[in-house]
Design a protein around this ligand. Structure first.
Ligand code: URP
Ligand code: ZN
Ligand code: ZN
Length: 484
């Protein structure tokens, strides 16, 4: 059934205009002023509200098997909660076990995701290497719409990549026109520090941030950047949490290197004091990696987002309930890592980003939707209110307030890291594929209607000339020395 969203202000990343939006058969078919409603069309009154692209969360882990358990949120509950908060697409991760066949793991995840209520796509993690991985990366790009490969530089003795795997996989990604992505933490150092801290008798959640200090993240971000520089591979660093990682990205970008970065809503707003909470359940609920950081890092992350040093916002939505977190009651290294937020990202970013004057509404669209669509090559199908784009939309009431709470959220987890936060600005309607899935506080999602979204590879830009330029690019330090 066609729907006419009437009387709102359409907000895209590049411009805003008063316009009606007509959607039919899952697509936007007209955008313009005073559109005539076709016969029998449903009309949504958006007078006084904004009409924006639905959010894209480029980093989630629904029903992830991890650290001896499985994330509590599945693809149906997770995409439904996302829709309640105005996010209409997620990019999740296929994470094969070491030695597990890449294509086989991908198909297994595709099976799990069939229950999704909104559109989704997959990054695929490279956790080991042999000829089959090399071949499967090619097949995933050519036949299965994958254009990004993830590398965990942490989680030693599980899914961590060593430098040999990083070099081989980055090289292959470049060859395929795919983006290399990394979780940047030095897993060897984390492992070492965990043992040291446990030896000192620190077994509670307060040990978690001590075992993963910012230098551990800065080292890995720098290493990934330098590997990507030498191999001339575009790089995307997920969940940057501290000044050390931001500095590495800023330097690389100022030298002309193609490096993108993501920040999490959680890292922007929650600090490391949560780990000093004497209540194990509350402290453990915040155990995620990289950990929440000393507060001073938050200003650095916000500014990096404002300056375009990092371009996307995500949640790393990876939920574990209290009984799961209790697996690490006597040893913080066994607390399953992960927190939620897919439902709250849009609203907390509007409240703390737009209402504070850090971002315009157009910039909000860029950091919550359009930039991710561009970086992962699904723009303008996603991330834009334009004729021909998917009808994934939010009608946004800038005055609507909500107090975030695990008691009322739709996420399948017993804790909310933004508990008690009052936010102003929220989606009163969410449309996914042109259907209303959220209206006036009522969720109406359907199991299984979410579609897998192919993401084509990037055009080759890695000419021999560009590679030469990348290798010869002088660092600012060398430039300064040469100028003396
Ligand atoms: O703690 C986290 N972030 N859990 C999910 C896996 C990952 O590292 O992204
Ligand atoms: Zn990670
Ligand atoms: Zn993650």
């Amino acid at each position: 059934m066609a729907i006419l969203i009437r009387g709102g202000t359409v907000v895209n990343a590049d411009a805003s205009a008063r316009a009606d939006v007509l959607v039919d058969d899952g697509k936007i078919v007209a955008v313009g002023s005073d559109l005539d409603p076709p016969l029998g069309v449903e009309i949504i009154d958006a007078g006084g509200a904004l009409v924006m692209p639905g959010g894209i969360d480029p980093h989630t882990h629904m029903e992830l098997p991890f650290m001896g358990t499985t994330a509590s949120e599945d693809f149906f509950t997770g995409t439904s909660a996302a829709a309640a908060g105005g996010t209409t697409m997620i990019i999740d991760f296929v994470i094969p076990d070491p030695k597990e066949n890449l294509l086989g793991a991908y198909k297994k995840w595709r099976g799990w995701a069939e229950k999704a209520a909104a559109d989704y796509s997959f990054h695929v993690a490279v956790t080991w290497w042999d000829d089959s991985v090399h071949k499967d990366m090619g097949t995933l790009v050519s036949d299965y719409g994958v254009n990004s490969f993830k590398h965990f530089m942490a989680y030693k003795n599980a899914i961590m990549c060593d430098d040999e795997v990083l070099v081989k996989s980055f090289t292959r990604a470049r060859e395929l026109g795919a983006l290399a992505t990394v979780h940047a933490e030095n897993g060897e150092l984390v492992f070492h520090l965990q043992r040291e801290i446990l030896k000192q008798g620190i077994t509670g959640p307060e040990g978690h941030p001590l075992s993963r200090p910012p230098a551990v993240e800065g080292e890995a971000a720098n290493r990934a950047i330098r590997l990507a520089q030498v191999l001339n591979t575009p790089l995307y660093i997920v969940h940057n949490s501290c000044a050390e990682a931001i500095e590495a990205i800023a330097r690389a970008r100022s030298e002309g290197q193609r490096v993108f970065g993501e920040v999490l809503a959680g890292h922007l707003l929650v600090d490391d004091s949560v780990y000093r909470d004497p209540d194990f359940v509350r402290a453990a609920a915040h155990v995620m990696s990289p950990p929440f950081r000393p507060k001073a890092n938050q200003a650095v992350l916000w500014r990096a987002l404002q300056a375009g040093i990092v371009q996307t916002t995500a949640t790393d939505h990876c939920c574990f309930c209290a009984p799961q977190k209790a697996m690490g009651r006597n040893d913080f290294t066994k607390i399953p890592n992960g927190t939620g937020g897919v439902e709250d990202r849009m609203q907390v970013l509007w409240h703390h980003g737009v209402n504070t004057g850090r971002f315009t509404a157009n910039e909000f669209v860029a950091i919550t939707s359009a930039n991710a669509a561009k970086i992962f090559n699904i723009y303008p199908r996603k991330g834009s209110v334009a004729v021909g784009s998917d009808a994934d939309l939010v009608v946004w009431d800038t005055k609507k307030t909500r107090t975030i709470s695990a008691k009322t959220h739709h996420q399948n987890v017993d804790y909310n890291i933004f508990e008690g936060m009052e936010v102003t600005g929220a989606n009163v309607v969410t449309l996914s594929q042109g259907k209303v899935v959220w209206r006036d506080g009522q969720l109406d999602t359907r199991r299984g209607i979410g579609r897998y979204i192919d993401r084509p590879p990037f055009p080759p830009y890695h000419s021999a000339l560009m590679k030469k330029a990348a290798l010869e690019r002088p660092s600012p330090v060398l430039r300064a020395a040469a100028a003396e």
